[in-house]
Ligand binder design. Sequence first.
Ligand SMILES: NC(=O)c1ccc[n+]([C@@H]2O[C@H](COP(=O)([O-])OP(=O)(O)OC[C@H]3O[C@@H](n4cnc5c(N)ncnc54)[C@H](OP(=O)(O)O)[C@@H]3O)[C@@H](O)[C@H]2O)c1
Length: 429
Amino acid sequence: MRTRPLKVALLGCGVVGSEVTRIMTTHADDLAQRIGAPVELAGVAVRRPSKVREGIDPSLVTTDATALVKRGDIDVVVEVIGGIEPARSLITTAFEHGASVVSANKALLAQDGAALHAAAEEHGRDLYYEAAVAGAIPLIRPLRESLAGDKVNRVLGIVNGTTNFILDKMDSTGAGYQEALDEATALGYAEADPTADVEGFDAAAKAAILAGIAFHTRVRLDDVYREGMAEVTAADFRSAKEMGCTIKLLAICERAADGESVTARVHPAMIPLTHPLASVRGAYNAVFVESDAAGQLMFYGPGAGGAPTASAVLGDLVAVCRNRLNGATGPGESSYAALPVSPMGEVVTRYHISLDVADKPGVLAQVATVFAEHGVSIDTVRQQGKDGEASLVVVTHRASDASLTGTVEALRKLDTVRGVASIMRVEGE
Ligand SMILES: NC(=O)c1ccc[n+]([C@@H]2O[C@H](COP(=O)([O-])OP(=O)(O)OC[C@H]3O[C@@H](n4cnc5c(N)ncnc54)[C@H](OP(=O)(O)O)[C@@H]3O)[C@@H](O)[C@H]2O)c1
């Protein structure tokens, strides 16, 4: 084993960073054996230097992250600051000064992944980011390496623990959205400002990263269609139950049937209770992958939290250190397929539409005609009437999103349709 240590600069020492240092310290001997050289923490960049940080030599702490990554003797920079800047500049500077990078930064990878991969390649360094998608769950490396010989057709995932906690609460207790969100906030599962989670921004960043790796195609954050979950109601859950389904916020990356394009989207959807993703409870994450040869695979586990996320960071650190000792780099960006990313209108799936209609003869026929005129075939219809008003629940066969949008626009114009109470996609069948 080499005695000269590999030097690691840690950028950020918050929820994730503090666990990274703890594991690096407590597992130092094992890590050295696994890597083939000891690993030394050479510096820790933070914003508030006076904060007490257990187990960290105060002489290593600095507020000058740029000087740390420019030192020239750093082998690996671990970026767990988050956000776009200064993380982006620090990572680029790290490559320029000879370091490889491990990052947990989904927002940055989804927005600037191509440029960062290019910088890594230009300088012959590694960029690893297992922790950026679904915390502890091994996903990036299985997609990039284990499935490199297969053809992935679909990735369907619960990649945000906060939203899964809220939806699971609504499902199991009958609570409304706000009540479940309040509980998630009180228990620390939701941030004071939950927008990034409940509006699907966090999941969309992860969908962009997953789609890019799964389909060997550049998928930018802007390519991902996104709908939040604030509109999901207790009534939607009752409807879902009647269909033998539950509701999850899903990140869905799909190759088109002809293989010529891909789509990436995030939105709430009904999935059958028999689907493995339906049994993912609480704040857990899971990603279901469908490929030509392997068939169906499911990856499940804690998608966030200091120690679970640090587990993924440490796995990357070991891999990058091994590469470094071998004078090699791991796989870089693979975007050779360069498939176009289709707009949401071209996505084909099933829909559950709940309409408030007048309770009188002929309404059902009128509604059915509108569906037929837009080429959307109806699978089932359920009608419940009271006091001259009725609710009509229509479940369709597979149709394009554009056809469904046209159908709903036309339905809204019918005198007998008082309102469209909800539209939800049905996935996982
Ligand atoms: N938390 C999770 O469960 C989780 C899961 C998966 C991925 N991630 C990702 O991991 C990354 C870190 O998340 P986190 O939860 O650990 O964040 P956090 O608790 O807010 O920690 C951020 C750290 O960065 C430091 N920092 C902020 N601005 C800085 C600057 N300009 N220069 C140097 N240091 C700076 C902060 O310093 P102070 O300590 O002085 O404030 C803090 O130590 C993010 O990209 C996040 O998306 C987190």
